[in-house]
Each structure stands twice: as structure tokens, then as C-alpha cells.
Design a protein around this ligand. Structure first.
Ligand code: F6R
Length: 607
């Protein structure tokens, strides 16, 4: 969602704010702005669109100041334009906001009735107005902030500066993440450690309900009850090095190509090559005694969780329930005593996933998370973190995070199977070997890039596309459809291939490409029959399979991509790659903004 950065510094802060915004741009990119306090007065520049437009404005009409805040927006209330862009200001305060103020209309009506005027359609401007109102009534600054926060409902992170105060900034966190950066005679606020990493490695994370007063020398953190509290300062693992495209045309393509390495790095945490075993970190509970696992996640991470359901049930014989985090959090699902909650998230900040985690904790579940950002809220609130080592994922469409999630989840499935005595050592070694082969097999799959680009011409010309798969290939079909939708804006649906005849087969004609994810596994014959049904109705089949599978279909597909023949256990990890490449090339052919597709943001911290 939106990205926030704040600096209480010693030098002109605008260049550093803009640099921080560029690192945060993946969180939202429909408008951006900065505000500073210069000679006691609030100064501001904002622009609709990318940070480069804000930079151009700042070049034309520069502003100075050593204290300032910046924001990159993903619109919730009010269309993406300059008037709705943050910071929102009055003559006394400037503030930036991530999240949603749910009672903003009620507060706005109250302030309007009191004669206050508003320029924007945002919920954020109401916070600036309310704070100013309190200050104009003579409340001391900190009391005015406290009184304002007390009136807000919803989830938010805020950073605020004040006219006449060139060494004072206030931040607040409720629901949306906010980090405090500790420098040497300068201090920072940021939505995440990635934005702050070039400025400082020493980071403290605010907890729910905290608010913080910072000056150049340090920070005083208050909890929701108003008492001062200590929050741990950690050395962030996030790199301050600039994140570039390394010669690739897009971050997404670079990240697709990083998968062999990212999967290998992830495996290193778990795989023991000497013993051909997979070892998880010590768990504070007995995996063998867990009566049920509940998985919750959103989007691509949910599809990784869906693959894990198949694995955990089949190999480890554990009952698994899975739900979208946005549904699970509100459906009051009963959870068994001693059960385990498994959350999957790249960012570790997804609001719905975090809420599902908290719900499960309240139900007494053990919480295990698979996350890519080790300092994230989800990681910090879990009993056990199983890390993915994907590194920063900048392209909004998730690629290497997905396959590293699958890698970690595969290791969890093997460990759970061993812990429960569901497999013997020979099977454990075979599964472990198959997962250890994935990095080199993934590199082989990427060698088909040119062929996939050619096939993408057919996909890019279509209005609707279907993806089919069975078993663990079904979540890959769903993921393929999601990838295509989100970056090429082509309508796509993923189906379990056995479901075709229950409705979707009516869609088939020669204008609808049907992408079949079909590794040679125990279900291959069934998928092949469903594919024949599509071909018989004139469907254009793009068949992703291995040599035996392709031979079996006997040249009836419109196009094929031959993947390596592997243990079907790891096939979903490898089959994710061609569906990513297909979506990528289709989007490039259609000329969309691949790394920053319309209406999306990387980290979804509102519900
Ligand atoms: C799709 C995509 C999203 C995310 C989802 C969850 O390419 O990236 O569907 O997977 O928003 O995000 P995380 O994993 O950060 O919880």
C-alpha cells in the first residue's frame, strides 16, 4: 500500500526523501509528495503519477528544510490526482498516512459543521484538520496528537511534522507498519526497513497502538495507554544497496531469472546434503501431535498454501484446511485444540493475513509463518518463522517469492511426514533429493524462454484464457491465470481440469487459448482426457508437460513446452516458471506496465 518516509536530519532532506520514495514506490505509485518545515513554515510539493514527476516538480520549484516527510500513494479514498496526493497540510501541520480512517466521514461532518474547509476527497485530510482543530483550541502539541489518535477508527500509520518545529516529528502505528530508524544525530521513520536501509541499519518497530516522538537525538515511544515503552532496536537485514534491474528490461523478468538461485538459497536453510534429509528449526510444539493445520494467505501466497495442502495431506497425512485470509478472519471458524496455523506471505505485512494470524492465536493455535521479510509484523508475531530467501521482490507480480514459498512448504511437508512416521527414510531421501534438484531443473526450464515468448503471441491476442490443472497442478493453473490477469489485463480463469465439464467447457472455441499444466504424474491420464475434450471442441491447447506427457498427447496441442521429467512432488515448483514467463511476455506484447500494473500495490496493508 502507501509508502511513508520521514527524516529529522542535519542536511537538506528532500533528496533523501525522494530517494526513499523510489525504494518505496513498489508499495503504491499513483501519486507522490513531500513536505518539509523550512524557516518554520510548511512547504509541500506533490505530483500525480510516478516519483519522476515529483522530481521534475521539485527541480522546477525546489523546497528546502532538514526535516520532512514523503509519501507514495495507493488510492483508497479519492481518485489518484494531485489534490488527493499526500502530504495533507494545514498552516500548522503536514502529515502522511498509510491505511484507512474508517470514521472519516463522521469526523469530516463534525469539522465541516465547525466551519473547517477541505480540499481533497481523502480520509487523511480529516486527520490533519482534526489535529489542527485541537491545536487551535490551545492543546499542547503532544496532547493534540494523542486526542486526535483517540478519535480515529481503522488501520493506519502516520508521520506528522509541525510548523515552527524543525526538530520534531511524530509517528503512530495502528494496523499498518511503521519503523523508526536510528541514525547518528538524525532520526527517521519509514514504512519498512527497505526504505530506511541506505540511511541507517538500526531499526525499531512500533507495535500496535504505539506512537513515537522523535527529534534528532532519539525517540520516545508511547503505547496506546500513553505510557513510555522501550521497543527493541535491531540491525536490519535489508540491504541499503540500490536495487537495480541488472540489465533486464523489467524487475519481473530479473526476478523470474533469479529463481534458481533464490530457491537454492532458501533450501540451504533446510536441506542437509550429507544425510539427504530436510531439517526445520526446532519447533516449540510437537508436529506429530498437531490434529489439523489451517492455512491462510492471500493471492499468490494463497496458491502456494493450496499446493502445501495437497503435500501435507498426501505425504504427511495431516488434515489441512485452507482459506483466503480475508474470509478466514471473519468467518469465526472453530479451530481444534493444539492445532497449527500456517500463514504464507511475501511481505509479512498483508493486513488480512495478519488478522487471520491473530484470530488463530486467539483460538490457541501454534502459529508458523512462511515469510520473505524477516522483520515483518507477521514474522514478529509468529511462534516459528520458516524463511524464504527470495531477497527483495520489487515487481508487483510475485514470482520468486512464490517458488521459494513452495520450496519452504515442501520442506515443511517432508519434515511433518517424518515427524508423524508417515514416510520411511528411503522416501524421505528420495523427496529430499528431488527438492535439492529443483534449482538446476529451474534453470533448464528458463532455457525455454524464447519458445514461450513465441507462444505468448497467441495468448496476448486473446480476450479470455483458461488454465487447467489437477492435483498440485491446479493451484499452478490458478496462479497462471492470476499472473496473466494482473499484468496483461487479459481475462483469465484457472480451473481444476475435472471441473471443465461442469460449466466452463461452454466457453471453449477457437478464440480461447487453454493452457494445460500437465506433468506426468498419477493424475496425468485424467488431465489428458480433459485436454482431449477441449481439443474436440476446437480449443487451442498450450500444453505444458514433460517428454512422456507430450508424446502421450501425440501432437494434438497447438503448442507445447517440454519441461524436465521430475518427481511429481516438485513439479508444481517448476511448472510455475512457464506460466510466469507466459504472462510476462503477453504483458510486454500488449505494452502494459509490467512492474507496476494498474490499480495494484505490492504490499496490501489495508483490508
Ligand atoms: C500476485 C501477488 C499478490 C500477493 C498477495 C499477498 O502476484 O503478488 O496476490 O501474493 O497480495 O501478498 P503477501 O505475500 O505479501 O502477503
Amino acid at each position: 500500500m502507501c509508502g511513508i518516509i520521514g527524516i529529522v536530519g542535519r542536511e537538506p532532506c528532500v533528496p533523501l526523501l525522494v530517494d526513499g520514495l523510489k525504494r518505496l514506490e513498489y508499495r503504491g505509485y499513483d501519486s507522490a509528495g513531500v513536505a518539509t518545515v523550512e524557516n518554520g513554515l510548511i512547504r509541500r510539493r506533490r505530483a500525480e503519477g510516478r516519483i519522476s514527476r515529483l522530481e521534475a516538480k521539485l527541480r522546477d520549484r525546489p523546497i528546502g528544510g532538514t526535516i520532512g516527510i514523503g509519501h507514495t500513494r495507493w488510492a483508497t479514498h479519492g481518485i489518484p490526482n494531485e489534490i488527493n496526493a499526500h502530504p495533507h497540510i494545514t498552516d500548522r501541520v503536514a502529515l502522511v498516512h498509510n491505511g484507512i480512517i474508517e470514521n472519516f466521514q463522521e469526523l469530516k461532518d463534525e469539522l465541516l459543521a465547525g466551519g473547517r474547509r477541505f480540499d481533497s476527497d481523502t480520509d487523511t485530510e480529516v486527520v490533519a484538520a482534526l489535529l489542527t482543530d485541537h491545536m487551535e483550541r490551545g492543546m499542547p502539541l503532544r496532547d493534540a496528537v494523542r486526542a486526535t489518535l483517540d478519535r480515529l477508527h481503522g488501520a493506519f500509520a502516520l508521520a506528522i511534522v509541525f510548523a515552527g518545529e524543525e526538530e520534531l516529528m511524530i509517528g503512530a502505528r495502528r494496523g499498518s507498519p511503521l519503523a523508526v530508524g536510528y541514525g547518528d544525530g538524525e532520526m527517521f521513520l519509514g514504512s519498512d526497513a527497505l526504505a530506511l536501509a541506505p540511511l541507517t541499519r538500526r531499526i525499531g518497530y512500533l507495535e500496535e497502538g504505539d506512537w513515537v516522538v522523535i527529534d534528532r537525538k532519539g525517540a520516545t515511544v508511547y503505547d496506546a495507554a500513553g505510557g513510555t515503552v522501550e521497543r527493541r532496536i535491531v540491525e536490519t537485514a535489508a540491504s541499503g544497496a540500490p536495487i537495480g534491474k541488472a540489465g533486464y528490461r523489467h524487475f519481473m523478468l530479473k526476478e523470474i531469472y533469479e529463481q534458481p538461485t533464490a530457491i537454492g538459497d532458501t533450501l540451504q536453510s533446510f536441506f542437509n546434503p550429507a544425510g539427504q534429509t530436510v531439517n526445520l528449526p526446532d519447533l516449540p510444539f510437537d508436529l506429530a501431535a498437531v490434529p489439523r493445520i489451517t492455512v491462510a494467505a492471500c493471492g499468490t501466497a494463497y496458491y502456494a498454501g493450496l499446493v502445501a495442502k495437497y503435500w501435507l495431506e498426501r505425504i504427511a497425512r495431516i488434515p489441512v484446511e485452507i482459506d483466503l485470509a480475508s474470509e478466514l478472519r471473519y468467518r469465526e471458524a472453530p479451530m481444534p485444540e493444539g492445532g497449527m496455523m500456517l500463514v504464507v506471505s511475501q511481505s509479512g505485512e498483508t493486513a488480512d493475513t495478519l488478522a487471520a494470524l491473530r484470530y488463530a492465536r486467539a483460538q490457541g493455535q501454534h502459529v508458523v509463518s512462511v515469510v520473505n521479510v524477516p522483520e515483518s509484523s507477521i514474522a514478529r508475531e509468529s511462534d516459528v518463522v520458516l524463511p524464504t530467501k527470495a531477497g527483495p521482490e520489487i515487481g508487483v507480480a510475485s514470482t520468486k517469492a512464490f517458488t521459494t514459498q513452495l520450496t519452504t512448504l515442501a520442506c515443511l511437508a517432508i519434515s511433518a511426514a517424518v515427524a508423524r512416521g508417515a514416510i520411511d527414510h528411503a522416501r524421505e531421501a528420495a523427496l529430499s533429493r528431488s527438492i535439492a534438484e529443483v534449482p538446476s531443473r529451474a534453470a533448464e526450464v528458463l532455457a525455454h524462454d524464447d519458445a514461450i515468448r513465441d507462444i505468448a503471441e497467441t495468448v496476448a491476442a486473446a480476450r479470455d484464457v483458461l488454465y487447467l490443472g489437477r492435483g498440485t497442478a491446479y493451484p499452478i493453473a490458478l496462479e497462471g491465470a492470476l499472473k496473466l490477469k494482473e499484468i496483461s489485463y487479459i481475462h483469465a480463469e484457472g480451473y481444476a481440469s475435472g471441473e471443465m465439464k461442469h460449466g466452463p467447457i461452454a466457453l471453449i472455441d477457437d478464440s480461447v487459448p487453454v493452457i494445460v499444466v500437465a506433468p506426468s504424474d498419477a493424475l496425468f491420464d485424467k488431465t489428458a482426457s480433459n485436454t482431449e475434450e477441449v481439443i474436440a471442441r476446437g480449443g487451442k491447447v498450450i500444453f505444458l508437460s514433460d517428454r512422456p506427457g507430450i508424446e502421450r498427447l501425440g501432437g494434438k496441442a497447438t503448442a507445447t513446452v517440454e519441461l524436465p521429467l521430475v518427481d511429481s512432488f516438485v513439479a508444481p515448483i517448476l511448472y510455475a516458471l512457464p506460466v510466469q514467463l507466459l504472462a510476462y511476455h503477453a504483458a510486454v506484447i500488449r505494452g502494459t506496465d509490467v512492474d507496476r500494473p494498474r490499480n495494484l500495490a505490492k504490499s496490501v496493508t489495508v483490508e
